[in-house]
Structure formats: C-alpha cells, structure tokens
Design a protein around this ligand. Structure first.
Ligand code: ACM
Length: 549
C-alpha cells in the first residue's frame, strides 16, 4: 500500500480502508476547519491546495470538511511532530481529519495529504479531468529524529532570498525541519551587521571566482557578491517558522574568516601578515588567515552575535570552528603571549578558548553552541553540541562524553560530492555517493551504547557551493538525494543492508513527478540532462590542470 501511494518519507503505518472502498472527493464545497493551534497550517494548506484546485477551501465546519486538530492522544503515541491522517469516511461530514501531536505534527500531516492528492497537487491550476480525490486510508506517523536538516552554504555562492524561500518549501515537502544557514566564510560575508557595516560593504564582494575545483586554472573574471539585509533574514526566519522549520545561523570562527578580516584588518594576526592587503578570497580550500586571539576580537564577535540572536530565535547557534590552521598563531608573538597569559598548553587549546568563550556567552543568553567536530580539539566546551562531519568519530567521542550530536559525515551526506562516476557528471569533487548510498546511510553508528545514542539529535545533509554557481546546480546536487536523506532522517528504516531500496525507487518514480511539478532540476536517474552538460561544467579533466584528488 505504501508503495502505491508513493509516500516519501515513508510513514510508520498506512491502513487501507478496504471496508470503505472508493475515494473521497474534494470540490468547491470542501471547507477547512482549523482547530486551535492549526491556523497557520490551514493558511498554508489553503494556499497550496487552492492554487492547485481553484477551490476556495472556505473557513468552516463542513459538510465534507478537511479538519485540522491538535491531539494529546497523538502526542502521547507519536510525539509533537507525529500525526494521524484519516480519509476513511468513518467520521460524519469529514473528508479528511489531520490530528497532530502538536501544531508541527498537523503541518507534517498536511504534507502527506498533499502527496496523497498526486503530483498535480504541486502545480498551479493544472488541467484535470477526473476531479480531485483522495484514497481512503489512515496514516499514522512520527519522526525518528528531532533534527532533520539541510545546510546551505550561501557564502561560496550566494542564494538570493527568493530561492532560499523556495528551498524552505522543498524542505517542508520532505518533512525536514532544520535549515542550517552557512552565512560567513573566507569567500563572502552574507548577513548585514548594523554595527559593523564593512562586513557586507567590503566582505560580501570578491573581484573574481575560481571556476571549478581549486586545482582548475579557470576563473570567472567578474565581481561576485550579495548579502541578506536584516529584513531579508527576518522574512526567511518567519517563512521557515510557518513551515515548522528552525533556521540555525552559522557565523564561522576562528577560521574561515578572511572575508571578515578583509573588511576589518584588525581582526587578523597583524604581527605576522599585512592584513590590510587581504581581499575577500577568490578560490577554495582551507585558508591560513584566521582570527587573532584578542579581547577586541571577542568583543567584535559578541557584537555580531548580539544582532544574530535578535534575528534568529533558534536555541542552537553554530559558531563553525572547523578547519582553523594554527600556523599564524604559532608564528605570532602576540598569540604566543596570549597562550601563556591564559595558561594554555598550545594552539589547540587556544582554539578551544575561543569556543569556550562563546559557549558561555551563548549559554548566558539562553542559547546553545553547536560547532564542527574540530571543536573537540583542545577540549570540548561544557555545553557544546557537535556537528560530526569528518566521519562518525567526532560524533561518537562527543556523544560518549554526554554531548549532543548532529551526524553529517562527509563520506555519506555531503551533497556537493558527485552522485555517479563518469565524466558526464558536472564538477566532480569528493566521493561518489549515489542515491542508494544516501538511502543506506545510518545516522547512529552501530555499537554506540544507548546512553550515547540518545545524544544523537539527528542528522543533516550539507551542501557546500564552491562548484554550484546557481540554483540549477544546487538543485542538481541536492535532488533526488535529499528525498533519500529525508527518509533516513524521518522514517523507522531497518539496518542499512535490510533497507528496501527497490521499493524506494518505485516510490521515487512518482516522487520525480512531484519534483517536476515543483520545478526542481534534479539529476535524472538515467544521468545528467543534456542541458546540465554545458561546456566548462562537465567533470572532464581541464587541460593544463593538475589532477583532481
Ligand atoms: C566542513 O565541511 N568544513 C564543515
């Protein structure tokens, strides 16, 4: 039954009401009856189904209503994000009853409702002969993990606000609930900070951009930039909240900071480099220009985070912490003096000093710090949570020590990595990770004791955009693999080897039609579309370039 309905991610259970055969019609008389706490979901549903069907879905109790309710009984069984969706005809005058454990559960239930209506439900005003009908079913469902995320790197290539909103809709359609926004890096600072205007005046623009892998000899010789104003950010956060998605901001420190240092040279290690000569970085890789370990730098970033906290209600705030080369601190007399003054053993402890400072600072303000697994170096800050990206190891160490973890190992869920071998794939970087590989990804490493496993908050897929210069390229890398990832994050799947990949592929044949209706430029199962094979984008070796490793 699940396979016929092609629900993705797969729900916990689907009961086919064979005793009440036939279909439940929706038509211009169908009303929308929103119980307390479900009003914003009703608005979203009216807008989506109204656009598809042309029906008004007027507010009201019926007859033949779609009813949305928050239910304590559903919460007890399936948690606040769980839901029960019934189209079984057993409740008088009701076409559809969506009961959620909380408002979020009702919202996820309506995403399932949309899938039950078929791919046309994702179009605006399709020509439809047979009317709109729902199969008679009862779906009971709830997520495996509370953190089901996607990271989008808007620094290496900028995603304009409207495209961010579109991604939030795509996340919602797949029941993903965390949007990790990677806002700053060496190649661009993308969020307006009112008290430090040069961060965007200077830090959001670079004069040219490496085309392809960092080993490529090619450049795009035009200025590149963009940033979100604080009003843009407020709009993104509100749009996400209406879809029960939390936006987790990331401000990277003490590494990945060249754009900030280009804007404010005093942030860098001025006794070892002429930071006034630095510009926003134009190529890729790990950058040596890191923040200086001074009180002034801490104050500067506290100012940044004050504005960030005003904009983002998320409990977790990401401070990066990855790929911070220690060479400048080793060479810098000022940094060495600082290490002695603070009684630290070495440069790793200096990195940890940065992170501990912001751990305390965020905790004092009712928030929690999360950082990449390098924040384990030199000792993990007391309240810190870890995004485990260099494999499972950092996550296992952190969870075993009682810290919360989000599993996002690059070997499995870095969607910038190519999804098939062969020279027809655009811009090959990293490992080949196919749709099936992602489907068989297991966020909880085998053998992790239950007390540690309880600290795995969930999982996220990461999209780094060095080789994705526009929305088509992002779509191509993200889809269809995000559909497999969503099922891993939401559904109660068996162990990787026992997963029914053939069944998933069958459901995907319908899901591709949903993605078509949504205008997603996914990688077709048969290989790249000719349009995606444009010159300069292919993975063929570039003449004169060193081999790509
Ligand atoms: C990362 O990929 N450097 C977190």
């Amino acid at each position: 039954m699940t396979s016929d309905l092609a629900l993705i991610p797969a729900p916990l259970s689907v009961e086919d009401r064979g005793d009440t055969p036939g279909y439940v019609p929706l038509d211009e008389r169908t009303t929308l009856d929103a119980g307390p706490g479900t009003e914003s979901t009703a608005r979203r549903l009216r807008s989506a189904l109204g656009a598809a069907t042309g029906f008004p879905f007027a507010d009201g109790p019926g007859p033949g209503a779609i009813r949305l309710r928050v239910s304590e009984e559903v919460e007890r069984r399936y948690g606040p994000e769980g839901y029960r969706l019934s189209t079984d005809g057993s409740i008088e005058d009701t076409a559809v009853l969506v009961e959620g454990g909380g408002p979020a559960g009702v919202f996820w239930g309506t995403q399932t409702l949309r899938q039950l209506l078929g791919p046309d439900a994702y179009r605006k005003a399709p020509v439809r002969e047979g009317g709109w009908v729902l199969p008679r079913v009862t779906v009971e469902d709830g997520p495996r993990f509370g953190w089901r995320g996607l990271l989008l790197d808007v620094s290496r290539h900028f995603t304009p606000k409207d495209d961010v909103l579109r991604y939030l809709d795509l996340l919602a359609a797949h029941k993903l609930n965390v949007f990790h926004l990677h806002l700053t890096d060496d190649q661009g600072w993308r969020i307006e900070i009112k008290r430090h205007p040069r961060l965007t005046e200077v830090g959001s623009w670079r004069s040219r951009t490496k085309w392809g892998h960092r080993a490529s000899p090619l450049w795009t010789e035009t200025p590149y930039g963009g940033f979100y104003t604080q009003d843009d950010i407020r709009e993104i956060v509100a749009y996400a909240a209406e879809r029960h998605i939390t936006v987790v901001p990331e401000i990277d420190l003490p590494g990945h900071s060249q754009a900030a240092i280009a804007a404010y040279p005093e942030l860098g290690n001025t006794d070892v480099v002429d930071t006034t000569a630095l510009t926003v970085w134009d190529t890729w890789g790990v950058n040596p220009n890191v923040l200086a370990p001074t009180e002034a730098v801490l104050r500067f970033y506290e100012g940044v985070f004050e504005e960030v906290l005003d904009l983002f209600p998320s409990t977790f705030v990401h401070v990066g912490g990855d790929e911070c080369p220690k060479d400048q601190w080793k060479e810098s007399p000022a940094a060495q003096t600082r290490i002695k003054e603070l009684g630290l053993a070495d440069e790793d402890e200096l990195q940890s000093w940065f992170i501990r400072h912001f751990d305390r600072w965020l905790t004092d303000r009712g928030r929690r710090l999360i950082g990449w697994d390098e924040i384990l170096q030199g000792g993990l800050a007391e309240g810190a949570a870890v995004s485990s990206w260099r494999g499972y190891g950092g996550g296992i160490a952190a969870a075993t020590a009682g810290h919360d973890v989000v599993m996002c190992p690059e070997q499995q869920v870095y969607l910038d990595h190519r999804q098939a071998p062969g020279e027809d794939e655009p811009m090959p970087i990293g490992f080949v990770r196919t749709l099936e590989d992602v489907y068989r990804f297991e966020p909880v490493p085998p053998g992790l004791p239950p007390e540690a496993a309880a600290h795995i908050l969930g999982t996220q897929a990461n999209v780094w955009t060095e080789v994705m210069e526009n929305r088509d390229r992002v779509d191509y890398q993200v889809f269809p693999r995000l559909a497999a990832f969503a099922e891993v994050a939401w559904s109660a799947l068996p162990a990787p080897d026992a997963r029914d990949y053939a069944g998933f592929e069958r459901r995907m044949s319908t899901h591709y039609r949903r993605l078509d209706a949504l205008g997603v430029d996914y990688r077709p199962p048969a290989g790249p579309h000719p349009r995606q094979q444009r010159p300069g984008v292919l993975g063929r070796p570039i003449e004169g370039a060193p081999p790509i490793v």
